[in-house]
Design a protein around this ligand. Structure first.
Ligand code: CA
Length: 465
């Protein structure tokens, strides 16, 4: 991250030289700013759409242009939630351009289903080349399990965008029942009782068989509730879920920032658990791109990844979070009030329902350093967890585990990440030596040893497999 001071010292150059081919995006961050990011900065532009706050430390376009780059153009889809911030920041702060990717388009997707449909089309047909995904969506798309006509489109998982920043929201009508991270018997009986009363606990996620579905299933099952038998889980668009929680027809919602604070602030509900409490530094969402695009553009891929890696390092500096919020909350991006984003971005979570508030930066969405491993590097052991959890719930056949090495080696391209990390100047010590993060520990005491995924499934009381 010494690059920033370098960049800053070159700012004079970009202003006087006019930056020739560089778009105004880069320049608007370069003019008339204080030299250092202020820790108390209110973001200047205050979240106005498309006008990111004035700032220092803007990357200089083409400063580290990758030689022989095959294309400067790619379209990446994103969903307006905190997971997408590294893509938006790489674009708005000039990190893509710094490596020569001056024509990157970050395209907002209406929902996960649209992202999948758009990647199937590809950018040539007006869709996207890749972007942000919940797991194991890139695997399911590669295998043709969630695409039209079951046609497989090989995808490469290239980088993890973030960890944490997700949680389980519960409707306000269930306050006072003890619905927290761990459920006492009375709280279990309360949820089970709802089914007996003919009004089963109904909870939503935004796409089936992926992270948010898996998080709420894990939380319920760890607390003795069978998600396939004792409750009703269903796919509902985020906005509709919140509306339904308001009117009382939805009981829970597995979701990420910026939704949780809005739900608590508007007194729609409370948070039973943060994913950061369930599994510290857990795998969350990823960058994956069509394999045919990557194979055709290996150097452009490296440039793209280097830009995102720098953006992730930038996003993880506490002193940059106010500016991060002022950029992503804008109309062109999340289009939310900065006030609902900043507290969680500082690790301040109001849980509601009488639970103590959380105030710990390390509990927030993290993009680079979570104290467990490297957030950005796509560990194969995490891909294996997603496949194992999919087997647990019967989403994928049991034989997936026997074939897992072959399946993962085809999709996970941590090798490309490593090359890009070197290009971005990441210290050798910060580049993981192994493709496994080792044994993972969960809040209920369970462990996932990536060398023995079958043992993990065996250790779980509630499952379908
Ligand atoms: Ca998420």
């Amino acid at each position: 991250m010494t690059k920033f001071s370098e960049n800053f010292s070159r700012r004079k150059f970009i202003v006087t030289a006019g930056a020739s081919a560089v778009s105004s995006i880069l320049l608007k961050g370069c003019l008339g700013n204080p030299p250092e990011p202020g820790g108390t900065a209110d973001g200047g532009a205050g979240g106005a759409g498309g006008a990111p706050a004035a700032t220092s430390a803007v990357a200089v376009a083409n400063e580290k242009r990758v030689e022989g780059i095959e294309s400067t153009k790619i379209t990446l889809g994103y969903i307006p939630i905190v997971e997408s911030a590294p893509l938006i920041i790489a674009q708005e702060k000039g990190f893509f351009a710094k490596y020569g990717m001056v024509d990157v388009k970050v395209a907002k997707q209406a929902n996960w289903g649209s992202a999948r449909d758009n990647v199937e089309i590809g950018s040539a047909g007006g869709g996207i080349d890749g972007g942000q995904w919940q797991m194991p969506m890139p695997y399911l798309i590669s295998k043709g399990l969630i695409t039209k006509n079951k046609a497989g489109i090989p995808m490469y998982v290239l980088l993890q965008l973030n960890t944490q920043g997700n949680g389980i929201a519960i409707a306000a009508k269930h306050e006072g029942k003890g619905l927290g991270l761990k459920l006492e018997k009375s709280a279990q009986d309360y949820i089970l009782g709802l089914k007996k009363a003919g009004t089963p606990f109904k909870a939503a996620y935004t796409f089936p068989k992926a992270n948010q579905d898996l998080w709420i299933r894990y939380w319920l099952a760890a607390n003795g509730i069978n998600p396939d038998v004792d409750v009703e889980l269903l796919t509902v668009p985020a906005a509709q879920t919140v509306a339904n929680m308001k009117t009382g027809s939805m009981d829970g919602f597995s979701t990420g920032d910026p939704w949780p604070l809005r739900i608590v602030k508007e007194k729609i509900g409370f948070l039973s658990a943060l994913t950061a409490e369930m599994w510290k530094g857990h795998p969350e969402e990823y960058l994956a791109i069509r394999g045919d695009w990557v194979d055709k553009h290996p150097k452009a891929t490296e440039a793209l990844l280097a830009g995102i890696i720098e953006a992730q390092q930038w996003c993880d500096k506490p002193e940059n979070r106010a500016e991060l919020v002022s950029i992503v909350s804008g109309k062109n991006f999340f289009d939310v009030a900065p006030g609902v984003l900043l507290p969680p971005y500082e690790g301040k979570y109001i849980m509601g329902d009488g639970k103590p508030e959380i105030n710990d930066f390390k509990m927030s969405t993290l993009y680079w350093n979570d104290g467990v491993g490297n957030v950005s590097y796509p560990y194969k052991s995490h891909d294996l967890w997603f496949l194992t959890e999919s087997v647990r719930w019967g989403f994928l056949p049991t034989k997936t585990l026997a074939d897992s090495k072959t399946i993962i080696d085809k999709v996970n391209r941590g090798d490309l990440w490593k090359a890009a990390a070197k290009l971005a100047g990441v210290a050798e010590a910060d580049i993981p030596a192994k493709s496994t993060r080792g044994v993972e520990k969960f809040f209920d005491g369970k462990e996932f040893n990536p060398d023995k995924p079958e043992d993990y499934i065996k250790s779980l009381a509630i499952k379908k497999a």
